[in-house]
Design a protein around this ligand. Structure first.
Ligand code: GRF
Length: 201
């Protein structure tokens, strides 16, 4: 049976696009039932419309507090009845109440090899630290910051001449492979969380 997936994105949505194409090509056995965004100007909205995916805009700036915003987001997430929520460049921390509502049903992509370089500007952090290898990580979302069980990681070599942008661009190409692959595994019921470890069946 095809899974229902909903994507949360705040910006350009290139990872969202990679997921859309993997679904269209029959690589991921799923239907994308919604794009949910906090940003009415996100280019991801354009991508959803082109792919005829319903868009739900929960405009962060319309809410007087983070709590009220999160209530609205939670209710939108409940309404779409997704089997999996995909955070594809969703730029806000997901609050504990939402995480607890969808245990094991939310995945995120992070542009570094976790547990290194959590939070914002991971590629800049990697360049500034001087690591020789970075990459991307797809992981389940738990209540920690970028700390949930890891599904897949891809390594990317850091060159001496790299700056944040050039490294980000090289990592992004891997994100576009790694994320659809992890979502495919989820949709095929091939991921099992055992403590901190994700077993691929
Ligand atoms: C990606 O680098 C992703 O790893 C991070 O935010 C960026 C989103 O890019 N979480 P895009 O919107 O998918 O193009």
């Amino acid at each position: 049976m095809k899974k229902r997936i909903a994507v949360l994105a705040s910006g350009r949505g290139s990872n969202f696009q990679a997921v859309i194409e993997a679904i269209q090509d029959g690589k991921i056995p799923a239907t994308c039932v919604a794009l949910i965004t906090d940003n009415p100007k996100a280019y991801a909205i354009e991508r959803a419309r082109n792919a005829k995916i319903p868009v739900v805009i929960i405009d962060y700036s319309m809410y007087s507090s983070r709590e009220l915003y999160e209530c609205a987001l939670l209710s939108a997430m409940q309404q779409v009845k997704a089997d999996l929520f995909v955070l594809a460049g969703y730029m806000r921390i997901i609050g504990a109440a939402i995480v607890r509502s969808f245990p094991g049903k939310m995945v995120n992509i992070h542009p570094a090899l976790l547990p290194g370089f959590t939070g914002l500007h991971a590629q800049r952090q990697a360049v500034q630290y001087g690591v020789k290898v970075s990459g991307c990580t797809v992981h389940f979302v738990d209540e920690s910051l970028d700390g949930g069980p890891i599904i897949l990681q891809h390594c990317v070599a850091v060159q001496e001449e790299d700056d944040e942008d050039s490294l980000a661009e090289r990592i992004l190409k891997h994100e576009h492979e790694c994320f659809p692959e992890a979502i495919k595994l989820f949709c095929e019921d091939r991921l099992e969380i055992v403590g901190r470890t994700v077993r691929i069946l």
